[in-house]
Ligand binder design. Sequence first.
Ligand code: CDP
Ligand code: CDP
Length: 203
Amino acid sequence: MTEPFTIAVDGPAAAGKGTISKAVAEHFGFAHLDTGLLYRAVGAKYLLGMDPAAAARALTAGDIEGSNLRGPEVAQAASKVAVVSEVRAALLDFQRSFARRAGGAVLDGRDIGTVICPQAEAKLFITARAEVRAQRRFSELVASGSMTSPEQVLADVRERDARDQNRAESPLKPAPDAMVIDTSDMSIKEAIHAAIAAVRSRR
Ligand code: CDP
Ligand code: CDP
């Protein structure tokens, strides 16, 4: 059984965290957890009228499942419930246990390198200009049949970034020891290569 090895990946919306984390996990044979999905699952229950802290506790107890979590309404709801201290506390142990599993783990989110896994062996902060990120998310939404405009997607991304960066608890920011990768002018393939090289430098 190999020792735990945690790769913490943080960054703003649509920077490429998820795609890069999945590829990095496959490359090293590690497990991958998209922690944004936890907040999205809680956000989706909040939209249905459930108390967010109760939803977070039910989620880690395995009592609720998430589906259809990818849309912009759920993303906004996720960032609203993510400011609630009890929600973050309820999701903490699950993420920490996942991070220290044998065989290695990649977690992506907003506070992995700063709060969830400050001792992570490798930390990446994936970012890109807001306009570039909004264009990427817009292309995804159009491909999935959604009717929206580039302006609306940019406004949504900016609103969510501001809420994530300015909240009191676990705000989005690079850990002091994170390796920052700006993917604005990279293809997804180049970004994945840069991330793998950065992790190798810490192994
Ligand atoms: O997880 P996060 O919201 O940070 O981003 P993602 O879902 O991994 O990436 C958003 C979209 O941008 C995906 O369709 C990626 O393929 C695309 N992307 C890209 O085209 N070029 C990059 N350098 C990074 C991401
Ligand atoms: O894929 P994208 O970057 O658009 O969003 P996400 O990673 O699915 O996260 C949705 C929201 O959950 C974020 O805007 C944050 O408010 C919150 N979140 C968080 O607070 N902490 C995390 N570790 C992950 C997500």
